[in-house]
Ligand binder design. Structure first.
Ligand SMILES: NC(=O)c1ccc[n+]([C@@H]2O[C@H](COP(=O)([O-])OP(=O)(O)OC[C@H]3O[C@@H](n4cnc5c(N)ncnc54)[C@H](OP(=O)(O)O)[C@@H]3O)[C@@H](O)[C@H]2O)c1
Length: 199
């Protein structure tokens, strides 16, 4: 069975996911609500952190943590060992496609190959479910979430809305998807946490 997929995203009042100072402490505190089995992340989200990752001290994985799965059909991510050693995830899984460029012969990262040019997200979720994943939390600046929304693969959307207009940027989903409001909390600084479930 496909796992429950929750997309968590920090947004501005005009729905942008970048170009403002997101309250990351709050974002990651709220992320603990789901105790996900798999954190599904877009490659561009990892690449945006590369500077920080380079400076991260090496450590160990956390056996009880979720699996980190990164959609990376172009094999752009290089920091697998650092990600594994951050002490948050139990392991890392590279999600590749048939046409993904060849990996170095000594690469040790676990991989899952689906799709031809791009990762087949539906197949990935099916396979993760078959391996026992019940909850997948998606972290993305919107591009990966947009694709998942268009494919009807998002069961829950959790928005951390920041009281700022950014005024630039692209919409992250080209499809109309209806959700049912499932709850809202207001935090200090006027940050609003709203959860929506698929209607
Ligand atoms: N506000 C927030 O909550 C939040 C959260 C995370 C990140 N961010 C920010 O957002 C930015 C990065 O996010 P982003 O939205 O640009 O990218 P992203 O969602 O991190 O990455 C885009 C992902 O979508 C995949 N993809 C695109 N089209 C696809 C398709 N048709 N089928 C399968 N996979 C597809 C790409 O795969 P390939 O690489 O394989 O093509 C890539 O892995 C950074 O600035 C980051 O700091 C914000």
């Amino acid at each position: 069975m496909r796992p429950h997929v929750v997309a968590q995203v920090a947004v501005s009042l005009d729905g942008r996911t970048a170009g403002f100072d997101a309250d990351l402490a709050r974002y990651y505190a709220m992320a603990t609500l789901w105790q996900e089995d798999v954190t599904l992340v877009g490659a561009d989200t990892i690449l945006a952190q590369e500077g920080l990752l380079r400076a991260a001290p090496g450590g160990d994985s956390r056996a009880s943590g979720p699996l980190l799965a990164v959609v990376d059909s172009r094999a752009r991510v290089r920091s697998w060992e650092v990600l594994r050693g951050l002490g948050h995830w139990s392991d890392v899984l590279a999600l590749y496609a048939d046409q993904t460029p060849a990996r170095p012969p000594d690469a040790t990262t676990r991989e899952l190959v689906t799709g031809y040019e791009q990762v087949d997200l539906e197949e990935v979720l099916r396979l993760l479910g078959r391996r026992g994943a019940e909850v997948v939390r998606v972290e993305s600046g919107g591009a990966l979430i947009g694709v998942l929304l268009e494919l009807g693969l998002v069961d829950e959307l959790a928005l951390l809305v920041h009281p700022v207009i950014v005024g630039a940027g692209e919409p992250w989903c080209g499809a109309t998807v209806r959700f049912r409001h499932a709850g809202t909390e207001v935090f200090s600084g006027g940050i609003v946490w709203s959860r929506y479930c698929l209607d």
